[in-house]
Every structure is written in structure tokens, then in C-alpha cells.
Design a protein. Structure first.
Length: 99
């Protein structure tokens, strides 16, 4: 399995679990392009937006899925080792930033 396939599976888990946690998560970036348009944008990272007040719940969710998570200038960043690579997360809060 390639890292892009694994990150898509992780995105599916994150979206599904975010509902369990009561989070309002919006997917942006390459996966949003794939989901909402006929376009294609190569990607292997997961880009999302969440309300700033929900950061604590999201950190708990991501850690339960094996991600290392830290705060950034724009919100959160996370990563999970996959084979010899990483699946990266970029979570914006308080505005939309696609890194």
C-alpha cells in the first residue's frame, strides 16, 4: 500500500471518529479537490479545519489513531509513521491555511 492510499484510509477513520467525538471537521486541500470536483490534486497529507475550541478533543482522537500531534502557528500538525514514510496532518484553526 502506498502512503497516499494509507492517508486516505486514515482520513476516513478521522472523519468517522470525529462524528463520535462530536467534532465539526472540514476537509480542505487535495482530498477536498478529489471529493468535491472532477479535478485531481496529488496529495499524501491530510488538511482540515476545525474550531479552535475543539482542539483538545481532536488531539485525543488523533493520538488514539497513533498520531504524534503538536501545535503550530496555524493550529495543529501531526504525523504517523507508515513504512519508511509518514502520513502528515495539517489542521487549521481560526482560519483556513493549506500548507
Amino acid at each position: 500500500m502506498k502512503v497516499e492510499e494509507a492517508s486516505l484510509k486514515d482520513l476516513e477513520k478521522i472523519v468517522r471518529e470525529s462524528k463520535t467525538y462530536g467534532l465539526k471537521l472540514i476537509v480542505i486541500g487535495g482530498y477536498a479537490v478529489k471529493a468535491y470536483t472532477a479535478g485531481y490534486r496529488a496529495t499524501k497529507d491530510i488538511d482540515c479545519v476545525i474550531l479552535k475550541k475543539e482542539i483538545g478533543k481532536l488531539i485525543a482522537l488523533l493520538k488514539s489513531l497513533g498520531y504524534e500531534v503538536g501545535k503550530t502557528e496555524f493550529g495543529l500538525a501531526g504525523k504517523r509513521k507508515f513504512n519508511n514514510d509518514f502520513i502528515d496532518l495539517h489542521i487549521s484553526t481560526g482560519g483556513i491555511f493549506d500548507i
